[in-house]
Design a protein around this ligand. Structure first.
Ligand SMILES: Cc1ncc(COP(=O)(O)O)c(C=O)c1O
Length: 349
């Protein structure tokens, strides 16, 4: 039985073209700035995002933390959405290692922060207050079902932050999914932010790595923080080579992941006992709820027995993510298997 793994787009393996590029990569010591393949990847990422410079990091978590360290000082406050990945899923690194206070405001269901909430969260000058120096936003929004922030919204929230002297960092782990969904170049979606990180190792299928992009001066300082975090890699061209293939060949195909996510959502909706936890499915993430009268633990074990893997988000909330290693046929098969499991639970309920 084929296991249909919908836990995350991070489970994608490198393509044969990536493996060949990795094998043939020209390398040098990147801490000395001498790895030609890393240098090419950084130049390519900066160009694609319309920023002056880019930095190759180990992970999205390291990129985001490096950005926070670069934009802030110990004791500053940063504003984030309550559902943001940086707040929920990055081990509290911004607070633990960056020494910043994380000020949380609500995300709406589309991953946006309300502009009034942002403005109210920005501290005024007062001896009792930490200084607010950074706003973080997320596009696409993981916890909000792959929701997409438009260029228009991003400009408005950046204008507001900049008016108050804050910098804006965009966690754009899946920014190319947003670009494909909105049919605009990724550079359009990040033009107003001060820094953006994106992942090569998710839907773009590279085995490792993320990029932090921004102004030359910001990236130069970020390079030092990356070193502090232990992220100074040596002959990293071996993995950067896969990142170049990812950026050059894997972006347009994300549209088929989005179509498959729509197909999955449609099929799940028809199952008695499952409801979608989002109104629309704009990209490759589907959040769904199991009916409260059905046992979550038995749903999970039933899916495991049937060879379907999804992410459990606590309670009866689940996440399914489509990616390059999932075909339309796999989606149909997953729906059929999930339906069998839910029907079994209903019979026993
Ligand atoms: C929105 C978002 N940001 C950041 C990350 C962190 O990326 P990594 O797993 O490479 O640390 C993820 C990973 O799922 C993510 O979904």
């Amino acid at each position: 039985m084929k296991v249909i793994d919908l836990r995350s787009d991070t489970v994608t393996h490198p393509t044969p073209e990536m493996r060949k590029a990795m094998y043939e990569a020209k390398v040098g010591d990147d801490v000395y700035g001498e790895d030609p393949t890393v240098n090419r990847l950084e130049a390519l990422a900066a160009e694609k995002l319309g920023k002056e410079a880019a930095l190759f990091t180990v992970s999205g978590t390291m990129s985001n933390l490096t950005a926070v360290l670069t934009h802030t000082h110990h004791g500053n406050e940063i504003i984030l959405g309550a559902y943001s990945h940086i707040f929920l899923n990055e081990v509290g690194g911004a607070a633990a290692l960056g020494g910043v206070v994380m000020r949380i405001i609500p995300n709406d269901e589309n991953g946006r922060l309300d502009l009034d909430d942002v403005e109210q969260a920005i501290r005024g000058r007062n001896i009792h207050y930490p200084e607010t120096t950074l706003l973080c936003i997320e596009n696409t929004h993981n916890r909000c079902g792959g929701a997409v922030l438009t260029a228009h919204y991003t400009r408005d929230v950046c204008d507001l932050a900049h008016k108050h002297g804050l910098k804006v960092h965009l966690d754009g782990a899946r920014i190319f999914n947003a670009a494909v969904a909105l049919k605009v170049p990724a550079s359009r979606l990040v033009v107003d932010v001060d820094s953006v990180s994106f992942c090569l190792s998710k839907g773009l299928s590279a085995p490792v790595g993320s990029m932090l992009c921004g102004a030359k001066e910001h990236i130069e300082r970020a390079r030092k923080f990356r070193k502090m975090l232990g992220g100074g890699m040596r002959q990293a061209g071996v993995i950067a080579a896969a990142g170049i293939v990812a950026l050059e060949t894997m972006v347009d195909r994300l549209a088929s992941d989005h179509a498959n996510a729509g197909r999955l959502a449609k099929g799940l909706q028809k199952i008695d006992g499952i409801s979608l936890a989002q109104k629309e499915v704009p990209t490759n993430i589907v959040m769904f709820d199991l009916a409260p009268d059905l046992p979550v633990d038995r749903f999970i074990s039933g899916l495991n027995n049937k060879g379907v893997r999804v992410g459990s988000r606590g309670g009866g909330l689940f996440r399914a993510v489509t990616h390059r290693m999932i075909s339309a046929e796999d989606v149909d098969e997953a729906i059929a298997r999930i339906e069998v499991v839910v029907r079994g639970l209903r019979r026993k309920a």
